[in-house]
Design a protein around this ligand. Structure first.
Ligand code: ZN
Ligand code: ZN
Length: 285
C-alpha cells in the first residue's frame, strides 16, 4: 500500500480509538461547548486530510518539476532511513518550535493559532482543533510534500508518527504522567530527566492552561522539550491544572476562529452570568 495512504489510515485509526476511550470514560462531557469542539475538530481533520497532500503537495511538486524538470522525483531515495529520519525529525521539530513561539509572540499569527487555545477542556480532539490556515503554516505540511517527492517518504512518515503519538499523549484528558509518578515514586529521577527532553502532559497542559500551574507563553515544542530548555522557554509545574482555554474564549465567533483572516468578527458580548444584576435599562424601568 502507498505509504501516504497507510500513514493517513494509521493516524486516523489511533486518533479515533483514543477519542473513543475518552468518550467512553465520560470525560468529554466536562466541556461547556461539546458541539463547537466537535465542529472545530472535524474541520481540522478535514483540512489536515486535504490541504497538505492536495494543495501543498501540488505546489511543491510543481515547483520542483519546474526547477529541475522532473529529475528531482525520488532523487534522495538512496539515503538510508536512519540518516534521513533524525535529520527530518530534528529539523521539523526545530522549525515547529519557532513557528509556534512566533505564533504566541506576533499578534497576527496568534489569531491563526488562537483556535487551538480556545478549548476550555483538554482532550485528544484538541490535537486537530485549529484555524484552517494553521495547516498551511505547519512545517510538517511542507516538509512532507518535499520529502515524498524526493523519495524520503518512509523517514517522513516515521517522524509524523512520533509527533502524532506525542500529541495524543500530551493533549489527552488523562494525566497518565501524574498517575505513573504516584504509583512508582522510585522512578522520579527518570522523570526528572525525561521531562527535560520530551514534552509530557504536564508541560503541554501548562501551555493550554491559565491560573495556577499555567505557562501559556512557553513550552512550545511538540516532542523535543529540550528545545524549550535550550531556548529558555521551559517551565515544568509538576501539577494538575484546573482552568484551560482563554478568558475571552466564549466571546469568539466560530467563523473567525476557523477562517481568520478570511473572516473577521467583533468580540461577542460578555455572557451574562447567573446571579448578575440586570441593568435597569434592560428592565424597561
Ligand atoms: Zn500554543
Ligand atoms: Zn496543544
Amino acid at each position: 500500500m502507498d505509504i501516504q495512504i497507510l500513514l493517513g489510515i494509521t493516524v486516523l485509526a489511533i486518533f479515533l480509538l483514543a477519542f473513543a476511550i475518552e468518550l467512553g470514560s465520560g470525560r468529554l462531557r466536562k466541556s461547556p461547548r461539546p458541539g463547537r469542539d466537535a465542529l472545530f475538530t472535524l474541520t481540522g481533520l478535514l483540512s489536515q486530510g486535504m490541504i497538505p497532500g492536495a494543495l501543498i503537495g501540488s505546489v511543491a511538486g510543481y515547483t520542483m518539476a519546474h526547477l529541475w524538470g522532473g529529475e528531482a522525483a525520488g532523487s534522495l531515495s538512496h539515503i538510508p532511513f536512519w540518516f534521513a529520519f533524525p535529520v527530518i525529525f530534528l529539523g521539523e521539530e526545530m522549525l515547529h518550535y519557532w513557528i509556534h513561539r512566533y505564533a504566541h509572540e506576533w499578534r497576527w499569527l496568534w489569531k491563526i493559532h488562537r483556535t487551538h487555545h480556545s478549548a476550555q477542556e483538554l482532550n485528544v480532539g484538541v490535537v486537530y482543533r485549529y484555524n484552517v490556515f494553521w495547516v498551511m503554516l505547519l512545517p510538517q505540511s511542507w516538509v512532507g510534500a518535499f520529502a515524498f517527492y524526493l523519495g524520503l517518504g518512509e523517514a517522513f512518515a516515521a517522524a509524523v508518527m512520533v509527533t502524532f503519538l506525542t500529541n495524543v499523549l500530551t493533549h489527552t484528558t488523562f494525566r497518565w504522567d501524574l498517575w505513573l509518578r504516584q504509583k512508582m515514586p522510585w522512578s522520579e529521577p527518570l522523570w526528572w530527566l525525561l521531562e527535560r527532553v520530551i514534552t509530557l502532559p504536564d508541560t503541554h497542559h501548562a501551555h493550554h492552561a491559565y491560573g495556577k500551574g499555567a505557562h501559556p507563553n512557553g513550552n512550545y515544542a511538540v516532542t523535543l522539550f529540550i528545545y524549550d530548555v535550550i531556548f529558555g522557554t521551559a517551565k515544568i509545574p509538576n501539577r494538575r491544572q484546573t482552568s484551560f482555554g482563554l478568558p475571552i474564549a466564549s466571546r469568539l465567533h466560530w467563523a473567525e476562529e476557523l477562517f481568520w483572516p478570511l473572516v473577521k468578527k467583533p468580540l461577542l458580548p460578555k455572557p451574562v452570568k447567573a446571579g448578575d444584576a440586570v441593568a435597569p435599562a434592560a428592565t424597561g424601568r
